[in-house]
Design a protein around this ligand. Structure first.
Ligand SMILES: C[S@@+](CC[C@H](N)C(=O)[O-])C[C@H]1O[C@@H](n2cnc3c(N)ncnc32)[C@H](O)[C@@H]1O
Length: 386
């Protein structure tokens, strides 16, 4: 079977590595997605265990069209009975870029009619559209003349892990946070510090990685559970096997924030994820925070000046650079921001740069290596003041 796991821009490579580890073959990263082959067991596994997939689609039909009518004709010929019943509810998510359609929604309406007529002809009844709580979600992708119709095996996006209740005004998407942790190569062998933790997304995702807790563990629902062929026994087996790898965290994880309210929210989310024993929290200005060990990884998601408005972003970013340089020798720091102007005030030379998107905001993810005083390059490379 062919599958398409969707992800965020910049996370395609880490997602490809994840699906390979889970047993996929013919793995091909493409823009914001990874194509792969596997069986039903793998489909369940990717939904339950992948930290960087947003959803997993199963293509059921691919064809070319020369007109709008072709979409109706070929759409009604699909063996819809294999995926849904005449009394099911469904919705269609159209993604259309084609000269045949001026309006994306219109292509969705044509496919809806094709499905309804397919069932009506056969059974005298038809499934009905439910955009709020459908049992089956169908993805309609049209690129020029090529139509790909898929069923969505996740339905509720996989970043909705189920542990988040509280959120600050600018939380990171869970998939983005997990993806950054995976890009960094942090493998729970050294402590992790998030000194601007907000609602705690980095600490929680790091805690899940450290304890090998599958990210799907808190979810009650995946789209494939509503499919006609849902194999509950197989899914229970996969869940039990994945959960059997859960262990105590080998390292401590720390989160702090200048805002007491943010720390309170992080505390709630950490409790809900069952990670109270793993993550320590503190209210602190980053400039007053001191490391807890000789080495470790810091992850920083400071305000960008978009959704959160610091009084003086330049001053904040200059403080971050100075605190990293003076207080964290021996550490590795990763910082994500969309504020490229204030970023210059950090004043340290990054060792790596990645482009990622936080929602619609194009961001850079930078790696800084903060050397020990005893190493050859005694200090991190400092950029000249601009
Ligand atoms: C973009 S939010 C972080 C969101 C977080 N990653 C999440 O997923 O919820 C930035 C956070 O930086 C905190 N902050 C701003 N200035 C700070 C400082 N000087 N020291 C520590 N935290 C600070 C804010 O209170 C805010 O919670």
């Amino acid at each position: 079977m062919n599958f398409v796991a969707k992800t965020l821009y910049g996370l395609e490579k880490v997602l490809a590595e994840e699906v390979i580890t889970l047993g996929a073959s013919n793995v091909e990263p493409v823009n914001r997605a990874v194509l792969f082959k596997g069986d039903r067991e793998l489909l369940y596994k990717v939904n339950y265990c992948s930290r960087t997939a947003l959803s997993v689609l199963m293509p059921i039909s691919e064809f070319r069209i020369g007109s709008k009518d072709d979409l109706y004709k070929k759409g009604s010929e699909i063996e819809w009975d294999s995926f849904m019943e005449a009394d099911d509810t469904f919705s269609i998510v159209p993604v259309v870029n084609s000269p045949h359609f001026d309006h994306t929604g219109y292509a969705g309406l044509i496919l809806k009619d094709a499905i309804a007529d397919h069932f009506r002809k056969k059974y005298g009844r038809r499934p009905s559209v439910d955009t709020k709580n459908p049992r089956i979600v169908i993805n309609l992708h049209i690129s020029n003349n090529l139509v790909t119709i898929s069923v969505d095996s996740s339905v509720i996006p996989l970043f909705k892990r189920g542990y988040r209740k509280e959120q600050t005004t600018a939380p990171l998407n869970e998939v983005l946070a997990a993806g950054i942790l995976m890009i960094s190569g942090w493998n729970a062998s050294v402590p992790l510090i998030d000194p601007m933790c907000g609602s705690g997304t980095f600490p929680v995702e790091a805690g899940l990685i450290a304890c090998q807790i599958p990210p799907g563990r808190f979810r009650q629902f995946f789209g494939f559970m509503q499919w006609k062929d849902f194999d509950k026994e197989l899914f229970d087996k996969i869940r039990t096997h994945a959960d059997s790898g859960i262990r105590k965290s080998p390292v401590k994880i720390f989160g702090s924030d200048i805002s007491g309210e943010a720390v309170r929210q992080a505390e709630t989310n950490i409790s809900r994820a069952g990670l109270k024993e793993v993550i320590d929290l503190k209210v602190s200005d980053f400039k007053d925070l001191r490391p807890i060990d000789e080495n470790g990884y810091l992850f920083l998601n400071p305000p960008y000046g978009e959704r959160l408005q610091p009084d003086d972003p330049d001053q904040l970013y200059a403080m971050i650079g100075s605190a990293l340089k003076h207080n964290y020798p021996g550490h590795t720091a990763w910082l994500i921001t969309s504020n490229k102007d204030s970023l210059k005030k950090v004043g340290l030379k990054p060792k790596e740069k990645h482009i990622l998107f936080n929602g619609a905001l194009e961001c850079v993810l930078l790696k800084y290596e903060l050397y020990q005083g005893t190493r050859k390059h005694a200090q991190p490379e400092v950029l000249p003041e601009s």
